[in-house]
Design a protein around this ligand. Sequence first.
Ligand SMILES: [Zn+2]
Length: 463
Amino acid sequence: MAAPSAAPQRIVIENAAIATVDAQDTEYASGYLVVAGNRIESLGAGKAPENLENVVRRIDATGHLITPGLVNTHHHFYQWITRGLATDHNLFNWLVALYPTWARIDEQMVRVAAQGSLAMMARGGVTTAMDHHYVFPQGSGDLSGAIIGAASEMGVRFTLARGSMDRSEKDGGLPPDFAVETTEGALAATEETVKKHHDASFDSMTQVAVAPCSPFSISTELLREGAALGRRLGVRMHTHGSETVEEEKFCHELFGMGPTDYFESTGFLGEDVWMAHCVHMNDSDIAAFARTKTGVAHCPSSNARLAAGIARVPDMLKAGVPVGLGVDGTASNESGELHTELRNALLINRLGAHRESALNARQALRLGTYGGAQVLGRADNIGSLEAGKLADFVLWKIDGLGHSSIADPVTAIVFGAAAPVTASFVNGKQIVENNRLLTVDEDTIARDARTEAQRLARIAAQA
Ligand SMILES: [Zn+2]
């Protein structure tokens, strides 16, 4: 006879300011949050209900703001071991400078780079990460397995966007010939990765998306067949789009239309698609995204680093386009943090046409939480603090030097310095305490990352 299932263990957190990021932007100046198992059971103003059973832990969160965990929607983990190179380049020159090095990565390098990228984000309040991995050199091992293993070891919720490239220099693309896969090979490997790793359940820790890299590194066939594959398998699709003026020119020359029209002509727009950057969008492009409910991963620091331009986030939000935030790869955003992107999204958008009304602190927090959950297709289970949703949340310390004199908690974490993370929970389990990861050893990862960065540089120099 099966044993009766144990009642869920409860964690009670009290005396915190809470920003729920629910549909009404409900906030509590002093409130409580009760976790039962891996779900949020209840939350509200004042003290937690009395007489709760099976409480295994009580946290007095005085001096803290609780928000939903941050959701990253665009990244390239492998770049962790090629940071600080080609620092004064635009996108195309930067890619051409780095592809030959990237094409030498192996499984051990990718594993360590994934650990570094994940650790940097997780200690700063990211609870759901994603990696768009598109460099699969022949004979380099099980790169997807290494990346997914790193995320699962760290305890972070994760989407792997299985990328691909099949348009090399000989076909008018940017990557060198030896850095790409065949069209058929890329599609077959992507399908295999989805079948092996994608979990569609409510509390899934691992999902997989179909993610051809960008118009200048993939064939039209790979884009079209990729969209068809994603829909056949019932998973999401991701790619880069409208990042720079050079890309727009490339699309007009090769396809006779701009990037958004090109994507739509291949089936690569839709509510199951999200796209990184979307900087150079005219009104009709934004209308196409709104009409098709295509999501956007806004990457303000990377766009600034590569001098790409300012995405029209206020116009996208006004049109109803789902928008999340992305770190982007750390070869174009060396900090590798997402919590600083809340501030950068707000500041950079205020340099655009809408000036001081572009974004406010609450909108910035929403981009980094609920907006991210929307574009990853997970808004039903993460992205806001609501009873029944998964227990992914962060306790930001706001009573220290950096924040204690800022008038309002949400303003403090968006406008102020990066706030210390006292605790971060994913799926009801604590993974960060006082800015240190509990699941992995940061110092070991730092050491290994330096070793692998040097090994890659050596191999690339000999090639
Ligand atoms: Zn990218």
